[in-house]
Design a protein. Structure first.
Length: 527
């Protein structure tokens, strides 16, 4: 039977706040998986990584099936700000010190190839997604010194990127310092792009099943919606790999990043990408930085999209600044630099996986022969997910690819920097087990406001949610992945795990791995 697109209205996303992307494009929905099947390649996840891998493999002549538990782009791709850049947020000077000059050159080459591939796919598949080439400007955070821009200038030249040091920040006159100009970056509307990519993939004979949750993966078989999908090769592109219980989760850490979007009068700001070098005094190994771009909106307005204020997932309290308070900091920063900004029309947060040695992981899952993963996007998810399409297709079709070693998930990069970052990240993870000993968030359930939740009990931790009508429901607060205690995120109305980033709705339903089950429903304490 020919596959049919259902084109369901409504928003499916991993949080209460809706991004400007999800709000302006109807997500594509396909049939659910309702019977077993056989294919050459099964790809799990229909974000930018999964769909690009699927598209490239289909172009190479492979029979490919995509399994997605939400809709097209309903995971983190729908919550990005979609900078398409070869300016890596972990810096070429750092990457050179970890992977050598050749490694830095391959990182630059692969991310540049990803920008070019997105442009080529838009052109060849006629995808109208507001793709535009723009320049990018890296400028100093107040806590940083000019030397870091000088080092980056040298490192980018060695890596093959034609950056220029300029003595202003184009588009932000209030910034008095220098900036590094990265030419030929790009931007687009990520969900318009993904819908076009999904359609192009199905034109090539690919099949997509949405609302199809894969919960077991082993060599040769995926189990999804209770049916077996037999596949010679399996690609897990689910932001963080749920098929890997421990190894990969010691190599990367989950962070939340915040976004506000202001309307600005049409054509008042020349489109560009802007990034500052990040807060050098941050408590987090992965320093938060500010990132800004524009996006066409309507006849009168463009959108100005500003992200930042990152913290390690479910640990906002370490800075005494709850999740829902972080947008204020972004707004102050934005209005100081872009007086053209008018009303704030969107805000949301998204999750970013930060690898301990600064580069993402694309390739065979450690210990597996025919199972591949894509994870550790850091702040470069658009290019990282796209270069995965090139690299995994080469790996599966047996074509040599010189980037393979650089992105190998099994790599071990031992330097002073990675050892320090690793220990810091593991320390903050291990200290989460102390949560079992902490007192309840509230003294009595009656103090939980409607629409909010709390973690109560000592040793036996329970996540209690009170709905808008005042009715309580309760779940075990123990994350089904490795047993950390989840925390309530009052901004996105979710229970987030501080250890490896699993997230659950206020009703305990799984939204993000690596956990692969809901929070267990339990009795409401005292009832
Ligand atoms: Fe690993 Fe929760 S995500 S313990």
């Amino acid at each position: 039977m020919e596959q049919q697109q259902l084109n369901t209205p409504g928003k499916v996303t991993s949080g209460t706040h809706i991004s400007c992307w999800t709000d302006t494009v109807k997500p594509l929905e396909f049939f659910k998986l309702t019977s077993p099947l056989k294919t050459q390649v099964a790809v799990i996840g229909a974000g930018i990584a999964g769909l690009t891998v699927a598209y490239c493999l289909a172009k190479a002549g492979k029979q490919v099936v995509v399994l997605e538990d939400g809709l097209i782009g309903s995971g983190e791709t729908g919550r990005t700000t979609a900078h398409i850049a070869n300016a890596l947020d972990d810096r070429y000077s750092e990457i050179e010190s970890l992977f050598g000059e050749e490694g830095a050159r391959y990182a630059a080459e692969s991310h540049t190839a990803a920008i070019n591939l997105i442009e080529q796919i838009c052109r060849e598949e006629n995808i109208d997604c507001d793709f535009k080439r723009v320049d990018g400007y890296l400028f100093l955070h107040p806590s940083d010194k000019k030397k870091s821009l000088d080092d980056e200038l040298t490192a980018t030249h060695k890596a093959g990127i034609a950056t220029d040091m300029i003595y202003s920040v184009s588009g932000i006159p209030t910034e008095s310092g220098p900036s590094l100009k990265f030419p030929q970056q790009a931007q687009f509307h990520p969900l318009k792009y993904l819908n076009g990519l999904a359609e192009a993939f199905t034109r090539l004979g690919g099949r997509i099943y949405t609302k199809t949750h894969a919960d077991k993966v082993k060599e040769g078989v995926v189990e999804a919606n209770g049916f077996k999908v037999e596949a010679e090769q399996i690609v897990v592109a689910t932001n963080t790999p749920f098929n890997d219980w421990a190894t990969m989760h010691t190599k990367q850490s989950p962070y939340r990043s915040y976004v506000i979007v202001a309307k600005v009068p049409k054509d008042k700001i020349e489109p560009a990408l802007w990034w500052d070098t990040g807060d050098q005094n941050s408590v987090w190994p992965s320093m938060p930085y500010n990132y800004v771009r524009t996006q066409p909106y309507d006849d009168q307005y463009d959108l100005l999209i500003h992200g930042g204020a990152d913290h390690k997932t479910a640990q906002a309290n370490k800075e005494d600044e709850p999740e829902e308070e972080r947008y204020k900091r972004l707004e102050t920063w934005l209005r100081e630099r872009f007086p053209q900004a008018e009303e704030i029309v969107y805000r949301w947060s998204g999750q970013v996986m930060e690898p301990v040695d600064d580069l993402g992981f694309i390739g065979k899952n450690p210990g597996d022969e025919n199972i591949y993963i894509v994870t550790g996007d850091s702040g470069n998810g658009m290019t990282h997910g796209t270069l995965a399409g090139i690299l995994i297709t080469d790996l599966i079709t047996g074509k040599e690819n010189r980037w393979a070693k650089l992105y190998d998930p099994g790599r071990i990069t031992v330097t002073l920097h990675t050892a320090k970052t690793y220990l810091q990240e593991q320390y903050t993870t291990l200290t989460q087990f102390v949560d079992y000993l902490l007192p309840s968030d509230v003294e009595s359930l009656q103090s939980v406001k409607p629409g909010e939740a709390a973690i109560v009990g000592k040793l036996k931790k329970v996540a209690v949610y009170r709905d808008e009508a005042g009715t309580f429901s309760a779940y075990s607060a123990v994350c089904p992945h490795m047993g950390c205690v989840v925390q309530w995120n009052n901004d996105e109305k979710s229970f987030d795990c501080p250890c490896h980033g699993s997230r659950f709705t206020c009703k305990g339903e799984l939204m993000n791995g690596p956990a692969n089950a809901n929070l267990e429903a339990v009795k409401v304490p005292g009832q």
